[in-house]
Write a protein that binds this ligand. Structure first.
Ligand code: NIG
Ligand code: FE
Length: 411
């Protein structure tokens, strides 16, 4: 199938070699004017791109983009989209002045979601999560990382991961799955955190690995949650099963999470609202992606992560939604991109790189997603013709997207 009359094809990577952008490279996004893109409808892979001079003749069923702009789909490398119920009660508590940690200490927060998840069946969880995943795909997302972490018992963590596997089977979007047993101490282990960590390492991890249910492991390494030492232990144990780290770190306080993650060769360390110069320097000298989540800062009233500084210093920086019922109930990556520009002072080019190719890197799919060229997935969205790239994050609620395709299929 051919898409022709493309005004601008963004994220063009004809050689297929792009894996991430850092340093000076992050300041630009490649595009091609007056372009076309062809893909194989069977495999959903792009077979060719070019300009109008060398365009194949359009056939019946091909798509006239009418001068619209084509963008690589967003790659959302950090989500918690599987959950039961919602937490608008805590939304009221926050309006009344309670902090995220205070809500957690009162038994709300993650434990509240764990109670509800325990009651829900796999089918119920799947139905709820699929609604969210489909909405994300309609908003331009083509790759999604999904975490467990609302189970907090071996059985319920496995239940969540099986739901994630069913999502992966049923959507065209690229899905990667992360085991987050150490998201909070399960209720049955209240006051016995060390024993809970032993359970994560001794029982949950082997069970997850035996069923091949996850690619990555995550730990909520933060004040009031898990320590840097516990994080390092879990990362070391996970490495024995071939699971690489994607760590929650430096969100509520400087937690040692970045040091633990980089030390273990983690793929990413996420949040970083409270990261300082030392953490940025460590990340800049590593291949660990600094993933920042401006939607969580916006919704939870936290400081924004130092994305601009991290890019200036040469870190690989991705932006993701953190879609979850407590701190970021939205998976809208256009909003994430806008927050990146408005609140983190990223240029539109930097914000686009952070939500596409660098997001793909942060979830291990940058060979197939995050840019457009032969061999990559036909994951893209088409907007109307825009006056400038900046218009996309600028007009942050305007319905600019005409059509989204994932593996070539219209969503
Ligand atoms: O990424 N920070 C830890 N975990 C989630 C929030 C989970 C929740 O509140 O349910 C986050 O913000
Ligand atoms: Fe998170």
């Amino acid at each position: 199938m051919l898409i022709y009359n493309i005004g601008r094809l963004w994220g063009h990577d004809p050689a297929g070699a792009l894996r991430y952008r850092r340093g000076a490279d992050v300041n630009a996004v490649e595009y091609m004017e007056h372009a076309w893109l062809e893909f194989d409808a069977q495999t959903g892979l792009i077979t060719g791109t070019g300009t109008r001079k060398a365009m194949p003749a359009p056939e019946e069923g091909d798509l006239d983009a009418r001068g619209g702009w084509v963008f690589p789909s967003f790659c959302d490398s950090h989500t918690h989209v599987i959950y039961a119920g919602s937490r608008e009660g805590e939304f009221r508590d926050k309006i009344d002045g309670l902090s995220y940690e205070e809500i957690a200490q009162r038994g709300g927060g993650i434990l509240n979601s764990a109670d509800r998840l325990h009651e829900a069946t796999e089918d119920e969880l799947l139905a709820g999560a699929m609604e969210r995943v489909e909405a994300m795909m309609h908003a331009g997302t083509g790759a999604i990382e999904i975490k467990s972490g609302y189970g907090l018992t071996t059985a319920d963590e496995l239940k969540m991961l099986r739901v994630a596997a069913r999502i992966r089977e049923s959507v065209e979007a690229e899905v990667k799955i992360t085991f987050l047993g150490a998201h909070a101490v399960g209720r049955a282990y209240a006051g016995r955190q060390g024993e809970y960590v032993d359970l994560v390492i001794g029982e949950m991890l082997p069970a997850v690995a035996a069923e091949g249910l996850a690619e990555y492991v995550d730990v909520f390494c933060d004040r009031g949650f898990f320590s840097a030492e516990e994080t390092a232990r879990i990362l070391e144990a996970a490495a024995r099963y071939g699971l690489r780290g994607k760590i929650h770190g430096d969100e509520l306080a400087r937690s040692g999470g970045t040091e633990a993650a980089v030390g273990a060769g983690a793929l990413s360390v996420d949040h970083l609202e409270n990261a300082g110069e030392a953490q940025i320097a460590l990340l800049a000298g590593s291949e660990t992606c600094a993933t920042m989540l401006p939607g969580a800062s916006f919704f939870s009233g936290l400081p924004y992560g130092p994305a601009r500084r991290a890019m200036d210093e040469g870190c690989i920086v991705a932006l993701a939604s953190d879609y979850n019922p407590g701190s970021s109930p939205s998976g809208d990556m256009r909003m994430v991109m806008s927050l990146g520009c408005i609140k983190m002072k990223l240029t539109p080019e930097r914000a686009l790189n952070a939500t596409t190719i660098n997001g793909a890197y942060a979830m291990g799919v940058s060979d197939i997603c995050g840019a457009l060229g032969p061999g990559r997935a036909a994951n893209f969205f088409i907007t109307r013709e825009l006056p400038d790239l900046a218009y996309l994050p600028y007009a942050y609620t305007e319905p600019l997207i005409r059509e989204c395709r994932v593996r070539g299929r219209k969503v």
